[in-house]
Design a protein around this ligand. Structure first.
Ligand code: 5GP
Length: 184
């Protein structure tokens, strides 16, 4: 197989700057509260780790992991929970932390699932937003960067489990978004 070319589209200094801004904004918006930040595994782990270090208010963190069902239900948006929260979010202010929103199917599932647990509020933060491919509208309160219609890796995002450690966001030449599982 031909080696894929990697081109940086968001360098580390821009990520750092934007995450500082997001941390300050969220801290201002939640002043006097103690939100629970829920990272969606695995892609959000680096973003969450950097974001919480820019938060100036008390908060808790937890994680949730989901996987899309196989081909038999493609297009239905069916997603299954593979790791649930370890804390109770009833009457809590919840902030979902996502790496990238593409079709919106994953976040829509997670948001609805968490809403059933009667939190006081739920907002969404995503580092990257690829609006062009949205299939379901989800209310996103904080966006790091809007990105074009290209597959990206780095800063937690993978291609077949590789490249998560890159300190920047890069596009992968030759990788097609259409190859994603629930697009087959
Ligand atoms: P959605 O359900 O919004 O279509 O997709 C969200 C999930 O798909 C993200 O959490 C991420 O795991 C994966 N994803 C979407 N676009 C990309 C991409 O460009 N690169 C990588 N590595 N993952 C992506």
């Amino acid at each position: 197989m031909k080696r894929k070319g990697i081109k940086i589209i968001i360098p580390k200094r821009e990520l750092d700057k934007r995450i500082r801004e997001l941390g300050s904004k969220i801290s201002r918006d939640y002043a006097g509260k103690e939100p629970i930040l829920i990272g969606i595994l695995k892609g959000s782990f680096i973003f969450l780790a950097d974001l919480v270090r820019q938060m100036k208010i008390p908060h808790q963190i937890d994680f949730i992991a989901v996987a899309s069902y196989g081909q038999e239900v493609v297009g239905s948006g069916a997603v299954k929970l593979i790791k649930d929260l370890s804390v109770n979010i009833e009457e809590k202010d919840v902030i979902i932390i996502e790496d990238i929103v593409d079709t919106g199917l994953t976040l829509n599932f997670i948001r609805k699932n968490l809403l059933l647990r009667s939190p006081k509020s739920i907002e969404i933060v995503t580092l990257l937003d690829r609006k062009e491919r949205r299939k379901v509208e989800v209310p996103i309160r904080y966006v790091g960067f809007a990105i074009p219609n290209e597959f990206v890796v780095g800063y937690g995002l993978d291609l077949a489990e590789r490249y998560r450690n890159l300190p920047y966001i890069a596009r992968v030449e030759g990788a097609r978004l259409a190859q994603r599982k629930f697009e087959l």
